[in-house]
Design a protein around this ligand. Structure first.
Ligand code: FES
Length: 161
C-alpha cells in the first residue's frame, strides 16, 4: 500500500480539524506545485500551545500530516513546537512515500508561521502597552509641572499684593 496504516487512520479520522475563532496566531501556506493550501490556528496559554487546529484543502498526505502535526505540538511550549521538524511528522506517521514528503512541509511551515504571527502580535501589544504607559506618565508629569507653575505664579502674585 502507498500509505502506512497510521497515515490512513489520520486521513480518515483527522484530529483537531477546524478553525479557532479569534486565534492567538494563524499561519497560511500554499503549495504552488499542487495548489493545496493549509491554515493552522493556535491558542497560547502561558508559553504553551493550549489549542492547535487546522483547515486544509489538500491531498490525503496533507490531511494526515496536518492532523499528526497538531497532535505532536498540542500542549507543548512554543520552543518545543518550533523544534518539531517535517521528519518528526513523517516518523510519527510511520513514514510517507518520498513523493509525498513535500506534503508534510505544509503543516510544519504553517505551524511556524502561526507561532511567528503570535510572537509579532505579542510584541506589538507589548509596544502598545509601553506607549500607553509612557503617554500616561508624560500626561501626569505635564499636569504636575502645570500645577507647580500655577502654584508658584499665584504664590508670587499673593506675596506682591
Ligand atoms: S499533493 Fe499537495 S500537499 Fe500533498
Amino acid at each position: 500500500m502507498l500509505y502506512s496504516a497510521k497515515v490512513m487512520e489520520h486521513f480518515s479520522n483527522p484530529r483537531n480539524a477546524g478553525k479557532i475563532s479569534r486565534p492567538d496566531g494563524e499561519g497560511i501556506v500554499g503549495n504552488i506545485k499542487c495548489g493545496d493550501q493549509l491554515t493552522i490556528y493556535i491558542k497560547v496559554e502561558g508559553d504553551r500551545l493550549s489549542d492547535v487546529r487546522f483547515l486544509v484543502f489538500g491531498c490525503a498526505a496533507s490531511i494526515a500530516t496536518s492532523s499528526m502535526t497538531t497532535e505532536l505540538v498540542k500542549g507543548k511550549t512554543i520552543a518545543e513546537a518550533m523544534a518539531v521538524t517535517e521528519q518528526d511528522v513523517i516518523d510519527a506517521l510511520d513514514g510517507l512515500p518520498p513523493v509525498k514528503h513535500h506534503c508534510s512541509n505544509l503543516a510544519v511551515s504553517a505551524l511556524r508561521l502561526a507561532i511567528q504571527d503570535y510572537e509579532e502580535k505579542k510584541t506589538k501589544s507589548a509596544v502598545q502597552r509601553l506607549q500607553m504607559s509612557l503617554l500616561k506618565s508624560l500626561t501626569s508629569l505635564k499636569d504636575r509641572i502645570v500645577t507647580h507653575m500655577m502654584y508658584r505664579l499665584h504664590g508670587r502674585e499673593d506675596s506682591e499684593e
